[in-house]
Write a protein that binds this ligand. Structure first.
Ligand code: HEM
Length: 251
C-alpha cells in the first residue's frame, strides 16, 4: 500500500519536474501564491483571499445565468423563473450567485475591518486602502443593481427607493436619477441601464482594480510579516550604527 503511494508520489513529482522544465509553471505558481503572513492571527489573513474566491464565483455563476436571463421588463422575471424551474442545475447556480453575493458583503466587511484594526492602511499601504474603498463601493453597487435585475416587487421597489435616495445628492442629484433610470421614472430603459451597469460597467471596473490591489499587496507584502520586521530592524540597526559612529567622531 505504502509502496504504491510512494510510486504515485514519485510519478507526480516527475510530471511536475517535466512541466517545470518546459513552462516554469511550478515556480510561477509558488511566486504568485506564497506570501508570508504574520504568525499571530493568521486565519484573519485569509479574508482577502476568501473575498477573491467569492468574487470569482460571482463572475462564473453570473456568466452562466446570462445564458438565460432576458433584460426586458416583460421577460426578466419569467426568465429567472425558467432558470429556477426548468434549467439543469439552474436553481443551484442561481442559489450560489445569490448566497455568494450575500456572503461577499459580509466577508469584504470583515476583510476591511481586519486591515483597519491591524493598521495595514498605514504607510506605505495607503494606496491599497484607497483602492479597497473603491472596491467596496463597486461590490455594494453590484449587489444593489443585481437585486433590481429580478424585476419583481422587492427588487423593483428597492431600486426605486435607492434611486430616490440618490436624487438628494447635492448638485448632481437630478443627473444621477436620469443616468440610472434612463428617464424620469422606472421603466424598460431603467432595466436596460441596470443590466448594463451590473453586467458590463461594474465588472469592467472591478477586475482591473482587483489587479491593482493584488499588485500593491505583492509589492509591499502583508503588513507585519516577518520579512517586513526583519527589514525594518536591519534599517533601524544600520541607522543607530551610523548615528553611533557619528557621535564617536564628534567626541
Ligand atoms: C474586491 C474586493 C477585495 C479583494 C478581492 C481583496 C483581496 C485582498 C487580498 C487577497 C489580500 C491579501 C490577503 C489579506 O490580507 O487578507 C488583501 C489585502 C489588503 N486589502 Fe483587500 N481585497 C478587497 C477589498 C478590500 C477593501 C474593501 C479594503 C479596505 C478598504 C482592502 C484593503 C486591503 C489592504 C490595506 C490590504 C493589505 C493588508 C496587509 O498588508 O496586511 N481590501 N486584499
Amino acid at each position: 500500500m505504502s509502496s504504491s503511494r510512494g510510486r504515485a508520489a514519485r510519478l507526480g513529482r516527475s510530471v511536475l519536474d517535466w512541466l517545470e522544465e518546459r513552462t516554469s509553471i511550478v515556480s510561477m505558481a509558488e511566486h504568485f501564491l506564497y506570501e508570508p503572513v504574520p504568525s499571530r492571527g493568521r486565519w484573519l489573513y485569509t479574508l482577502g483571499s476568501a473575498t477573491l474566491f467569492l468574487i470569482t464565483l460571482q463572475f462564473l455563476t453570473g456568466i452562466l445565468l446570462l445564458f438565460y436571463y432576458v433584460p426586458t421588463t416583460d421577460h426578466a422575471w419569467d426568465s429567472i423563473y425558467y432558470v429556477m424551474s426548468e434549467v439543469y442545475f439552474g436553481k443551484l447556480i442561481r442559489g450560489i450567485h445569490f448566497w455568494s453575493a450575500n456572503a461577499l458583503i459580509v466577508v469584504i466587511g470583515l476583510h476591511m475591518m481586519r486591515t483597519f484594526l491591524s493598521g495595514a492602511y498605514k504607510r506605505p499601504r495607503e494606496m491599497n486602502w484607497v483602492v479597497g474603498v473603491f472596491l467596496i463601493f463597486i461590490v455594494t453597487f453590484l449587489a444593489f443593481t443585481g437585486y433590481g435585475l429580478r424585476w419583481d416587487q422587492e427588487g423593483f421597489w428597492a431600486w426605486e427607493v435607492g434611486v430616490m435616495i440618490a436624487s438628494y445628492t447635492p448638485l448632481v442629484g437630478d443627473w444621477v436619477v436620469s443616468f440610472l433610470l434612463g428617464g424620469d421614472t422606472m421603466g424598460p430603459a431603467s432595466l436596460s441601464r441596470l443590466f448594463a451597469i451590473h453586467v458590463w460597467l461594474l465588472p469592467a471596473l472591478l477586475a482591473p482594480l482587483i489587479g491593482v490591489h493584488l499588485f500593491l499587496l505583492r509589492k509591499h507584502g502583508e503588513f507585519g510579516s516577518e520579512f517586513e520586521y526583519s527589514e525594518r530592524l536591519a534599517k533601524l540597526r544600520e541607522r543607530r550604527r551610523i548615528e553611533g559612529s557619528l557621535e564617536e567622531e564628534e567626541e
